[in-house]
Design a protein around this ligand. Structure first.
Ligand SMILES: *Cc1c(COP(=O)(O)O)cnc(C)c1O
Length: 367
């Protein structure tokens, strides 16, 4: 089979999504399945829909389009603030978008009017992580404006934590979100449908048994795909952590000294090599590099250590000889998953079908 490739076990993804949908539902919360690490893979999106997510969220409108065109049927949500230059695309391919800028919201209203469509706006609130979000004191004027703009409806309020600064979702910031929603409803006489509390980093808060308040939606990507929570990257009990496996092929295998010969300057990526003298080692090269994967996000099988990576070479040492033409399988983290799924050099192969949905046969796919 061709390498490098990501082997994707759809049945594990389906089971992870089902587990998390059930868990959230027990707290009165719906799950938006986040597909942004998957380049709009219709098979993965379909597994999430079969598991009962209430909608699909992606940060790229192109991915939403890919999924819809492949026949995936679910509410489509753009979870990054739209580029103004993409307003027409956004109203065509997203039912809802997350927003933080009035000029963009106005452009969406105009685009929706031109297209004869209604577009839903979720306003994102800044609650401390300092990535996207309107300062809480300014939300009211945004709501006022939206209520006056044609072809737009206020679909909800949301927040995002833990992504830029690692701010932990807790009782305090989640209560602040709930309070904001209640205050807006009372003061402005609006009904706020979606209250989206955050991402996979919210699972700790969700499971800690604290008061859920008004939150009725969370957006889950990494926890569904990799079975881990992103605050400490610990496995979530009951979930599969090995739905994705990266396979690379050996192209050189030799006994080499562990120490380089000559004067050392910068490496290909501007770093300083820090070799350790361990005598002669079994050193192999795998045909995969930074163009394909984040080498820091690979977890090698036992007996194999990753030494270095350049654009196209992954250098490993091992306690046994690796045959040229043979393959090595790695577990991956979110960063490696993202790069692997979006690299044109990495094949995506679905190894385990599941009973429901579009994909009932194992399939080979380049997209
Ligand atoms: C990426 C992202 C998510 C999903 O985050 P995970 O940690 O993968 O669950 C949710 N919301 C927004 C706004 C995002 O950008």
């Amino acid at each position: 089979m061709s390498a490098p490739r990501l082997e994707i076990n759809l049945s594990k993804i389906l089971q992870n999504a089902e587990y998390l949908v059930r868990l959230a539902r027990n707290h009165g919360i719906a799950v938006t399945g986040v597909t942004k690490a998957c380049l709009g893979s219709p098979s993965i999106a379909d597994a999430l829909v079969c598991a009962g997510v209430s909608g699909l969220g992606d940060s790229r409108v192109e991915n939403l389009k890919t999924m819809a065109h492949a026949g995936v049927s679910a509410p489509m949500i753009l979870i990054r603030s739209p580029m103004m230059s993409q307003a027409d695309l956004v109203v065509r391919h997203a039912d809802i978008s997350f927003n933080t800028e009035l000029d963009v919201i106005k452009a969406l209203s105009e685009a929706a009017r031109r297209a004869g469509r209604q577009h839903g706006v979720v306003l994102m609130v800044e609650l401390g992580d300092l990535r996207e979000g309107i300062m809480p004191g300014n939300i009211e004027e945004f709501v006022h404006e939206i209520l006056q703009l044609p072809n737009l409806r206020l679909a909800g309020i949301g927040t995002n934590l833990a992504c830029r600064c690692g701010v932990v979702p807790d009782t305090k910031n989640m209560t602040a979100l709930s309070t904001l929603v209640t205050t807006l409803e009372k003061k402005l006489g609006v009904i706020i449908g979606i209250v989206s509390g955050g991402n996979s980093a919210n699972l700790h808060w969700l499971m800690s048994g604290c008061h859920i308040g008004r939150i009725n939606d969370i957006r889950l990507g990494e926890s569904i795909l990799l079975g881990r929570e992103p605050l400490h990257r610990t496995p979530i009990p009951g979930l599969h952590t090995s739905a994705f496996t990266l396979v690379a092929e050996v192209i050189e295998s030799k006994i080499k000294p562990s120490m380089p010969t000559g004067t050392l300057a910068q490496t290909a990526f501007g770093e300083q090599a820090t070799p350790r003298n361990t005598g002669n080692v079994v050193q192999s090269i795998l045909a995969i590099g930074r163009q394909d994967i984040d080498p820091m996000g690979l977890h090698a099988p036992s007996g194999i250590d990753i030494l270095d990576a350049s654009s196209d070479h992954l250098i490993v040492s091992s306690d046994h000889f690796l045959k040229v033409g043979g393959e090595v399988a790695f577990q991956i983290d979110y960063s490696a998953l993202l790069r692997g799924m979006t690299s044109p050099y990495v094949r995506r192969i679905f190894t385990k079908p599941y009973a429901l949905g579009l994909s009932t046969q194992p399939q080979l796919s380049a997209a």
